[in-house]
Design a protein around this ligand. Sequence first.
Ligand code: AMP
Length: 426
Amino acid sequence: MSFQKLGLIPPLLHAIDDLGYENPTLIQNRAIPLVLAKSDLFATAQTGTGKTAAFGLPILQKLRKVDTHNRILKAVILSPTRELSIQIFEDLKNFSKYMEIELAVLVGGKDIMSQQRTLKEGVEIAIATPGRFLEHTEQGLDVKNVEILVLDEADRMLDMGFAKDIRKIHPLLPKKHQTLLFSATYSDKVRKLSKLVLQKPAFIETSKKNSTVDTINQIAYKVDTARKAELLAYLIGSRNFEQVLVFTKTKASANELFEELPKDGLSCGLIHGDIPQAKRLKTLAQFKEMKIRVLIATDIASRGLDIEELPYVINYELPAVAEDYVHRVGRTGRAGRDGEAISLIDIYEKFDIKDIERVIGQKIPQDVVEGFEPDPNIRRKDVDEVKLKSEHKKVEKKERSYNKNIPRSTKSRNAKKRKTTKRDSK
Ligand code: AMP
């Protein structure tokens, strides 16, 4: 099926052509006709499947007739993070470059007054995080003509505590409007929300429940906690990864890595909740332009990162929530391209990886890297702690943090050298 056959209008076809999209992805093939036909939609689609165009193109087509003297807000797209909202805004700007539609992005952390000025000048589409959108409605934003509501990454919005805001926004909209709900996972919370906001929806499932993208090669390397940073630097260096996204579980370990990796000559960027938005966007741009080699990110901050042809994702630490694994590795192998997701797992993550395997319904092959084999002595001692933890759930989190008990002098500074270095504990 071509974009033309999906019934898209010439200004959109030109814009798609400029972007170099040749054929619609699966979700686009299925969603575009349904959205054009005014159906409510429940789609399970992960990032990287082309879902932004799947809702963006038909929405733009439906709103194509614009009164430039009297612009009316007709579509609202809610997403969990500032980055994702900005990414959607940029995508829609590209798709609508031959149209007269105006868009606004309304996200927290940015000046609300300037957003209000943009709204006053008139827009047809608002792309927003739920909290900031609610603020605008409380300050008088007129939503009574909204025809389409999109809840993008709905599962993530719920995980981030936006359920309340969405429940407040929903009744403000006209009774009759079209709602499109996209979610990477199909959790009970999402199902509940869908019952509230959707009417007789069409269902699209583009992948198995919570399954990871097929084109991604997944591997987990077993390693001792204290040697994770070394192994990370070694893998990046020895395998010549030129652009790699590294996930940590906490801001603290992201900060530590950000200090550590440059000592191995690796240029790094850092994205987490404490980094100001402007800095995050600058870092992301530098990463995209390959001015920095490694982007270190936490889960929440990484949502919405759109990086084309990203070949490698490394889980320096497994995520706290198993479903986040799907989101993380969705950053690679995007839109049908090959990708590789590497997880570095220590003894403490032995059980976490099993949770992830249950969620994705696949086994993740495990291996060791020569020279980084886990120390069996450490293993036995730690297994007891892990067992204790799962029984009593009270092993201190701090103990799990990276490299905490290793004296700095034992850390090698050279990844190549590290491979032959004897274990720190010996
Ligand atoms: P998304 O899932 O919307 O974040 O899209 C993932 C990536 O795929 C983005 O970089 C898009 O620009 C790209 N993309 C979306 N649709 C297509 C398509 N039909 N052909 C090629 N690339 C696409």
